[in-house]
Write a protein that binds this ligand. Structure first.
Ligand code: ADP
Ligand code: MG
Length: 278
C-alpha cells in the first residue's frame, strides 16, 4: 500500500484558557480519496481541519505530528498553504477581497504558478467555467458581492483548484447555502472528483453530504475522533453510540413527516463515554 498523502498522529490542540478542542486525533488521507469529517457543532472539526494548512489562531497550542507526503510538517504547515493544500470555507465571502474583481483575485491566487498575468486570467476564466459559472468571462469582471452565495462558493472552489493542490480541504462548504444550492455544490464536488487526482477532506455536520461524496469518514465527538471507517460501514454498522445517535438525528434519514426532530438527549450523551465503545 502506498503511504498516505496526509497522516495526522496523536494531534492535540487547545486554545489558551479553554479545554482541549482536539484530543490525540489520528487521521489519514490518500491521493484520490475523499474523506469526511463529521460531528456536531463544537466537536473540534474546524480546529482539526485548520491545523492542516496552519490556519489556527495564535492562541492555539498544538502537539502531535502532521506528515504530508511522508515528511513531518508540524509547526511549519503554512509552507504548504496555497500550493500543496487549498481550503474552502463555509462563507465564501471570507475567501475574497470585496474591492477586487473575482478575475483579479483568481490571478493573485496563482502567484506561485508560472505564467503571464494574461495567461493566468485566461486560466481563471476557464476554471470559473469548469466549476459551472455561466458567462465566466463576464463573471470574472464582477465583484464578490455581485455574485449569489452559490456562485461565490463556486468561485471559491475555482480559486482553490487553480493552484492544483494535492489536498483540498472544504470546511462546511454547503452549510451557508439553501438546499438547492447545496445540492448543486455537492454535484460539483462529485464531478470534480472524477478528474481531480488529489485528496479531499470535507468537513461537515451534515451526514448526507458525506454519504454523497466520501469514501471514508471520521466521526468527532467533543474533541475525540470516536469512529472511522468506510462510509458504507459507518452508515450501516455504526459502532459508536454517538455515531448511531448522529445518524438517528440526520433529517435526511428521518423517513416520515414528524412533529419534532430527534435530538441527542443529555441522558443519551452520558452514555457516550470512551468505555462504552472501546
Ligand atoms: N479561536 C478559538 N478560541 C477559543 N476556543 C475556540 C476557538 N475556536 C474554537 N474554539 C472552541 O474549540 C471547540 C471546537 O470548536 P470547532 O473546532 O470550531 O468545532 P466545530 O468545527 O466542530 O464546530 C469549541 O469548544 C469551540 O468553542
Ligand atoms: Mg466548524
Amino acid at each position: 500500500m502506498t503511504s498516505p498523502l496526509l497522516a495526522i498522529r496523536d494531534l492535540t490542540i487547545d486554545y489558551a484558557g479553554h479545554v482541549q478542542a482536539v484530543r490525540k486525533a489520528n487521521l489519514e488521507i490518500r491521493l484520490g480519496e475523499a474523506v469526511g469529517l463529521v460531528g456536531e457543532s463544537g466537536s473540534g472539526k474546524s480546529t482539526l481541519a485548520s491545523a492542516i494548512p496552519g490556519l489556527l489562531p495564535a492562541s492555539a497550542r498544538i502537539q502531535g505530528d502532521i506528515a504530508f507526503k511522508d515528511k513531518s510538517v508540524a509547526g511549519n504547515q503554512s509552507a504548504l498553504r496555497g500550493d500543496e493544500i487549498a481550503m474552502v470555507f463555509q462563507d465564501p465571502m471570507t475567501s475574497f477581497n470585496p474591492v477586487l474583481t473575482i478575475g483579479e483575485q483568481l490571478v493573485d491566487f496563482q502567484s506561485r504558478i508560472a505564467g503571464s498575468a494574461k495567461e493566468k486570467y485566461r486560466r481563471a476564466i476557464a476554471m470559473l467555467g469548469r466549476v459551472g459559472i455561466p458567462d465566466a468571462a463576464m463573471r470574472a469582471e464582477s465583484y464578490p458581492h455581485e455574485l449569489s452565495g452559490g456562485m461565490r462558493q463556486r468561485a471559491a472552489i475555482a480559486a482553490a483548484l487553480l493552484v492544483n493542490p494535492s489536498l483540498l480541504i472544504a470546511d462546511e462548504p454547503t452549510t451557508a447555502l439553501d438546499v438547492t444550492m447545496e445540492a448543486q455544490i455537492i454535484h460539483l464536488f462529485r464531478e470534480l472528483r472524477r478528474d481531480y487526482g488529489g485528496g479531499i477532506l470535507i468537513v461537515t455536520h451534515h451526514l448526507g453530504v458525506v454519504a454523497e461524496l466520501c469514501d471514508r469518514v471520521y466521526v468527532m465527538y467533543r474533541g475525540d475522533v470516536v469512529e472511522e471507517g468506510p462510509v458504507d460501514d459507518i452508515f450501516h454498522k455504526p459502532r459508536h453510540p454517538y455515531t448511531r445517535a448522529l445518524l438517528a438525528c440526520d433529517p435526511a434519514r428521518i423517513p416520515e413527516r414528524t412533529d419534532y426532530l430527534p435530538v441527542i438527549s443529555d441522558a443519551e450523551r452520558a452514555t457516550f463515554t470512551r468505555a462504552s465503545w472501546r
